[in-house]
Design a protein around this ligand. Sequence first.
Ligand code: ADP
Ligand code: GLC
Length: 473
Amino acid sequence: MSRILMVASEATPFAKSGGLADVVGALPQALAQLGHEVAIVLPRYRSIKLDNAQRVWQNIGISLGWHTFTAEIYSVRHRDVTVYLVDIPPLFDRGGALYGHSDDHRRFAAFCHGALAVARFLFTPDILHLHDWQAALCASYLKTRYSLDPILRDLKLVFTIHNLEYNGRFGRSVWGDFQLPDYLFSPDFLEFYGDIAVMKGGIIFADAITTVSPRYAEEIQTPEFGFGLDGLLRSQVHKLRGILNGVDYSEWSPETDPRIAARYSASDLSGKALCKQDLLDHFQLPSENLQRPLLGIVTRFAAQKGIDIIQQVAWTLMYDDDVALAVLGAATPHTPDMRFEYFFEHLRSVFPDRVGIYRGFNNTLAHKIEAGADIFLMPSRFEPCGLNQMYSLRYGTIPVVRSTGGLENTVDGETGFKFWGYWPPDFLHAVRLALDEYRNRPEDWRKRMVTAMQRDFSWTASARQYTTLYHSL
Ligand code: ADP
Ligand code: GLC
């Protein structure tokens, strides 16, 4: 069994803006269940309370260019895993979103130094497992500044790409702030079209690269999905593989979910109607909508999620197909785009009796939509894995998805509806196939719900694949 230290910028229940948090919250627990010793390092954001945490290290000096910071490390036990919190108040004790600050490069460079201090002094792992660009600088520092360190030099590095779009791109003017050797500022290393992409260090220096579905592992090797890194990924394909994310069914199951109005299961679906009524009440929508198909959306308002093709079919669906719509959307911390938010507000102003929207992050409402909607829309432009469609399957809320990335790997013709082209008419057609079955063939629909609810995406299978990978290193 291995000692594994995960480094990431989010993990439930500590900090979350998207699926990364669900994965880093659940995968370490699943690995611990398999007998590994696992710890996580996170930044200590202002929202993370230290009530049950212990200070385990202090006065770690971090020097980055002209700036110096002092970090403290707190530790807290969460179920079967130890969580280390890197506390650097000038960088993380602030309001606003988790990312999108003008000094993000410095924040996560300093965080990575804190994480390496954890690896050096507090929890020396066999495997250092880094997630996304925010943790990627650990790899560059390990292979340069710390390359002779007798403890750190032998660690095996795994780098997981959750989303290639966010590659940690910064202008070359901040290069000095990373305090990395200058030879790394070249196209063979971190330079990216004259800028810096810190994710490249994770890809280049890792012993193994994973991404969060087998399909996405293939897609990112193409220009269509590679965000300019497809050539690099093709050159590293020998160490790249896709491991599908799982679902934490202790959080996401209609049989036990305390956040929904009534519990239900594949053998007794009756509670789902109460959940639908509760969702309508939440949005103050009239009960006559119980007779209409209720379409649900839970998303970050990012171009990735296909919001633009939802916009293009929404009017038709509202005018011609007599549906109701429940939308939960939060601005994405990386690239906020208000146009999407205004669109749904506008739609509600035209159809106040059939459209509910909540703008912001609301975990309880996410559960209520998974349970209360009939159909879940996820027409993503690309989707590394996607968790919401797997949650929808479990809640018997039939997903209509574009067949990309993890959506392709998790939804099939028996459980959902898929379309291929990124093209509004194709999406509309898929939604209409779903509406037709829902309205005209209730027995088929019920069978589809039950089949969907019985699909199993629990973490154990994925954790076993990670174990095999760790052992191979
Ligand atoms: P991504 O990580 O790209 O946003 P995923 O489908 O992998 O997409 O994961 C999204 C996670 O974030 C799910 O747990 C989902 O319920 C949650 N989520 C997304 N948007 C919101 C929101 N506005 N409010 C609450 N939870 C949200
Ligand atoms: C990213 C991806 C999403 C994936 C999640 C967890 O946010 O956009 O598809 O499910 O990471 O891996």
